[in-house]
Ligand binder design. Structure first.
Ligand SMILES: Cc1cc2nc3c(=O)[nH]c(=O)nc-3n(C[C@H](O)[C@H](O)[C@H](O)COP(=O)(O)OP(=O)(O)OC[C@H]3O[C@@H](n4cnc5c(N)ncnc54)[C@H](O)[C@@H]3O)c2cc1C
Length: 487
């Protein structure tokens, strides 16, 4: 068994782990990171960018949201069911974290609001090609990895941590296993857990959330994000928190998720459940994917069908979509017919085409009488220009009249999990009696219970924002702790 010594051992080199490492190393700590994957970055490689409030970029764009306002939005949204001090610390730190990242070479292309009605907090990372988009944050992870290396942080890749070591109530290190199967014991004064949650662990999803992966949730599974840090922390005495999924919605079959066919069924058109009933103001699909996931979750089999007729499909092909995702702003409907045909040819179970409503009901399993009644009511609302049920904006009232009829089956999805390890606002891990376990910190998704029951899309960039800021705060706090025990 190899033995290594460090002030701080960090488990995971994603957004939060790298931020912890850099913050601590900048204050002079000797830091090592054990990373299970063959590269750094974790889920942090997938996204567009973090939240900040009152950043230089926001001031330049005359975005006037203040920290105080953002805090109020956050706490009103969560009904104060979350750690207010942690929220406050995170928001107050967020602007300086953008500058901190810029000093490492991270460039930000823009700051946007993710959906209509959300605040302009989402700081989009500029990737090497210059155009922000999915996976742009890999550029941020690279700058952070370079900065960590420059500061002398030793990163062991393909070396998963297996166990947290504890002696006399204090955390004293970890056991990891390198790519050759050799055991490494790292002796450290502090351990920081940053393993990104359990989004790639269907057993944990089933056990700790209301969902079953592949049945009623089709969430993103970033390889290796298997809840190991959470399990190890519990074994070392950490208390559990509530655990949930960072809910959104989608049409399973990711190839279709965002291209033309997927986009066709993310528009504010008639949506019914298996009873054939409306349950939702469909324009919320653009305003808030988390709320859409919530509404879908309440339906039978946790699914619903977004339905358009030939006239609406043609309208979109000629005029463009009502809603365009900021993630894929350049989608057109040019390939829609070819894609729908391909989906059907490949036997995609979530795309349906029919010549009549009866046939659509039979293919989808929607109650035929319910569907007929709802379509009649909906078409009457379209004609009257008024949705008496949910007050949908009349401009989105497009009737279902002209065959063919198209339906996409939508389910809850998620970016990953949320929560697992109980911490305080200093990111110190707590036991069941709310006592601090000395030398033990946890950050990022493994501890993120900041949103209450729904992801707060009103302040976009929030999970990465929390990951990078919680990591940074934990790194700084850990150094203070080490200094305090040295005196
Ligand atoms: C497609 C997609 C897009 C997203 N876009 C955005 C966005 O634009 N804005 C936003 O705010 N959020 C976004 N998110 C969410 C955001 O990326 C995450 O919230 C954030 O990266 C979480 O950081 P983390 O450090 O907690 O976990 P991660 O970044 O996932 O890092 C965890 C690391 O731990 C490692 N690990 C796991 N187990 C072990 C072990 N036993 N030993 C050692 N290492 C281990 C993993 O390999 C990984 O490298 C997106 C997520 C997805 C899936």
């Amino acid at each position: 068994m190899n033995q290594v010594e460090a002030d701080i051992a960090i488990v995971g080199s994603g957004t939060a782990g790298l931020a912890s490492a850099i913050a601590a190393a900048e204050k002079g700590a000797k830091v090592i990171i054990f990373e299970k994957a063959s590269t750094t970055g974790g889920t942090g490689n997938m996204g567009m960018g973090p939240l900040a409030v009152e950043s230089r970029l926001q001031r330049q764009k005359n975005i006037l949201l203040t920290r105080e306002e953002a805090f109020k939005v956050f706490m009103d949204f969560t009904h104060w069911r979350v750690d207010a001090r942690l929220v406050s610390n995170y928001l107050n730190k967020s602007a300086s974290t953008i500058e901190w990242l810029e000093e490492m070479g991270v460039e930000f292309a823009d700051v946007i609001s993710y959906f209509r009605g959300s605040y302009t907090t989402h700081h989009l990372v500029k990737p090497p090609g210059g155009i922000p988009g999915p996976m742009a944050t890999a550029a941020m992870m690279k700058c952070m990895t370079d900065r960590a290396n420059e500061l002398g942080v030793k990163i062991y890749l393909q070396t998963p941590t297996k166990k947290i070591l504890k002696e006399g109530g204090r955390i004293v290190g970890v056991i990891a296993e390198d790519r050759d199967g050799e055991t490494i014991q790292a002796n450290a004064k502090v351990v920081i857990i940053a393993t990104g949650g359990f989004g790639d662990n269907p057993e944990m999803i089933k056990k700790y959330t209301p969902y079953e992966w592949g049945r009623d949730i089709f969430s993103m599974r970033i390889p290796g994000i298997a809840g190991e840090g959470i399990r190890m922390a519990w074994e070392a005495g950490a208390a559990e928190t509530e655990m949930s999924m960072q809910l959104i919605f989608g049409m399973p079959g990711t190839a279709l998720q965002w291209v033309a066919a997927g986009s066709l069924f993310r528009q504010p058109n008639l949506m019914v459940n298996l009873l054939g009933e409306r349950f939702f103001n469909e324009e919320i699909m653009a305003a808030n994917t988390a709320f859409t996931g919530n509404a879908l979750s309440r339906q039978k089999n946790r699914c619903a069908f977004n339905i358009v007729d030939e006239a609406t499909k043609k309208y979109y092909a000629e005029n463009g979509l009502d809603f365009v995702s900021p993630v894929f702003p350049n989608i057109t409907m040019e390939s829609i017919d070819a894609e729908l045909k391909q989906a059907l040819d490949e036997g995609n179970e979530n795309v349906f085409v029919a010549d009549s409503l009866e046939e659509l009901a039979s293919k989808t399993g929607i109650n035929a009488d319910g569907l007929r009644k709802t379509v009649d009511e909906y078409n009457a609302a379209c004609e009257a220009g008024r949705d008496g049920l949910f007050n949908k904006n009349p401009k989105y009232l497009r009737p279902i009249k002209q065959p063919k009829f198209y339906a996409g089956r939508l389910f809850p999805s998620a970016y990953g999990s949320l929560g697992g390890i109980r911490i305080n606002y200093k990111l110190e891990v707590l036991n069941k009696d709310y006592e601090v376990i000395p030398g033990f910190y946890a950050v990022g998704t493994d501890v993120n219970t900041l949103y209450g029951d729904s992801y707060i899309f009103a302040l976009a960039g929030n999970t990465m924002g929390f990951a990078v800021n919680s990591g940074r705060m934990a790194g700084e706090n850990a150094v203070e702790y080490i200094r305090s025990i040295a005196n």
